[in-house]
Design a protein around this ligand. Structure first.
Ligand SMILES: Cc1ncc(COP(=O)(O)O)c(C=O)c1O
Length: 474
């Protein structure tokens, strides 16, 4: 008997997956985000030797599900408030399953005509949704980190061309250090990209007016004058992770114009503020950026992993990510060859999920979703204000509420220790998931609301759990 894959396994595997996942998705609303028997489930996989003769497809897939479920973080459920995490809308999840079954290589037209067509369409729809110029080029990436990478790589190419160097071809040898400026809101992902691009993590100069990181425009401009006309990069942040604040993008666009800077906007989740008249003012000026980042797996609520980069001058993407060999797709192909516009060559057809969710819910559906989350954040802010010993630390502008437990009569150091312990307790408890951060030097919780499943009752549940665990700290 042979041990390699058999055709007749397929139907049984798919039926088993469907039965199990259907129940899982029905129960997801009520599940603790982290299971109490997590360690037990993990232990099942510990020390397994490479099988000599495998156990068969059905058994392997069922083992993964039956034991693995207890050891995953149920982050696609409504009570996960950690980081900024979306769930998968029904349309995007269905399309994602098809993506695996169709197993397309979204590298070029010749490898998947449909994925190229749907990537072009969904990127155009997203530009419309956010009010970006239709002429911008774009690409789907694995997330905001790689979208920042595409934007900043294009910025690097532009900056070097200003010095008459093609950096993708020649490297940095004949170039000065790259000047990079931002506020204190610059995200770790952008800093990581500066490292990956050889620009250097330390290159970024942050101009913050206070310990929240809010930009000091005066100090920034003073520094920009010293450039004396030399080109540089300016990183603006549309949505900061502690309290959902924004850089003044319009004012930064003015500075970029005046001082010959490439303006890059990281709007991983904050760009969605453009969808509601209640928050659109926060994103004013994004249409003037040279490159823009937005995530798919956050507020668009498509499955991991998915993000988008938009670049005004798409030729820079082509020069940076050129991918040519005799056996590969024709580089002069008129239909877009996405494998030569971004860092990945072979790529998953992520656009299927994006296309499906936008097709299913449209502009109106997404506006309603964003406004629902804005309402929930306001509601959570109110609950925090009302509940004894909870202290809200920032205005609620978007979908994040920054708070701490403060029973009174404690020094700042004691409060920080107390809230660190509360953060640990929340993770141990697992009924809701929420991380801690530092805000103005204070240890704080920063629940972010971005899952389509989340409702008012989940917010109440979160407050109850926080109160209960805070009360048990002694
Ligand atoms: C503003 C911002 N930029 C970039 C990232 C990185 O995104 P990803 O994890 O999708 O790469 C995040 C993630 O939280 C973010 O909030």
């Amino acid at each position: 008997m042979s041990h390699y894959p058999k055709r007749d396994e397929l139907a049984r595997v798919l039926e088993s997956v469907y039965e199990r996942t259907k129940v899982y998705l029905e129960e997801l609303d009520e599940r603790p985000v982290l299971s109490p028997d997590l360690q037990e489930s993990l232990d099942h996989f510990e020390g397994q030797p490479l099988p000599e003769a495998g156990q068969g497809a059905l058994e392997a897939v069922q083992e993964l599900w039956d034991y693995g479920q207890g050891a995953i973080a149920h982050t696609s459920g409504p009570r996960c408030f950690h980081f900024v995490i979306g769930g998968s809308t029904p349309a995007s999840l269905g399309a994602d399953w098809f993506t695996s079954v169709m197993d397309q290589i979204a590298y070029a037209w010749i490898s998947s005509p449909l994925s190229v067509r749907l990537e072009v369409i969904s990127l155009n729809w997203l530009k419309e949704l956010f009010g970006l110029d239709a002429s911008m080029s774009g690409i789907t990436t694995t997330g905001a980190t790689m979208a920042n990478f595409v934007g900043l790589a294009s910025a690097r190419q532009w900056w070097a061309e200003q010095h008459k160097v093609d950096v993708a071809q020649e490297g940095f040898a004949n170039l000065p250090p790259t000047p990079v400026f931002s506020s204190g809101y610059v995200h770790a992902a952008a800093v990581k990209c500066l490292g990956m691009l050889g620009i250097g993590r330390q290159s970024v100069k942050r101009f913050a007016a206070d310990s929240t990181g809010r930009v000091d425009l005066g100090a920034l401009e003073q520094e920009l004058r010293k450039l004396d006309g030399q080109p540089g990069l300016l990183l603006a942040n549309a949505g900061e992770v502690n309290a959902g604040d924004f850089d003044p993008i319009e004012a930064m666009a003015d500075l970029a114009e005046k001082y010959n800077l490439w303006l890059h906007v990281d709007g991983a989740f904050g760009l969605f503020a453009a969808l509601s008249p209640r928050t659109a003012h926060l994103t004013k000026g994004i249409e003037r950026a040279h490159s823009i980042t937005v995530d798919g797996h956050k507020w668009l609520n498509v499955p991991y992993d998915s993000g988008f980069s938009f670049v005004r001058d798409g030729a820079l993407m082509g020069k940076t990510f050129a991918y040519e060999a005799d056996y590969l797709a024709d580089p002069h192909e008129v239909r877009v060859n996405f494998g030569a516009l971004g860092p990945e060559s072979s790529r998953r057809a992520r656009s299927f999920s994006t296309w499906a969710t936008l097709r299913a819910y449209g502009r109106q559906g997404y506006r309603e979703l964003i406004e629902h989350h804005l309402d929930l954040a306001v509601y959570l802010g109110k609950r925090v204000d009302e509940v004894a010993h909870l202290e809200r630390l920032a205005e609620v502008q978007l979908n994040i509420v920054c708070l701490r437990f403060n029973p009174g009569n404690m020094s700042e150091q004691e409060l920080n220790n107390l809230n660190e312990r509360l953060g640990e307790k929340l993770l141990e408890d697992g009924r809701v998931l929420c991380g801690t951060t530092k805000y103005k030097g204070m240890t704080a919780l920063r629940p972010a609301i971005s899952n389509w499943r989340t409702e008012e009752r989940d917010i109440d549940f979160f407050v109850d759990v926080v109160q209960e665990l805070a009360g048990s700290l002694g």
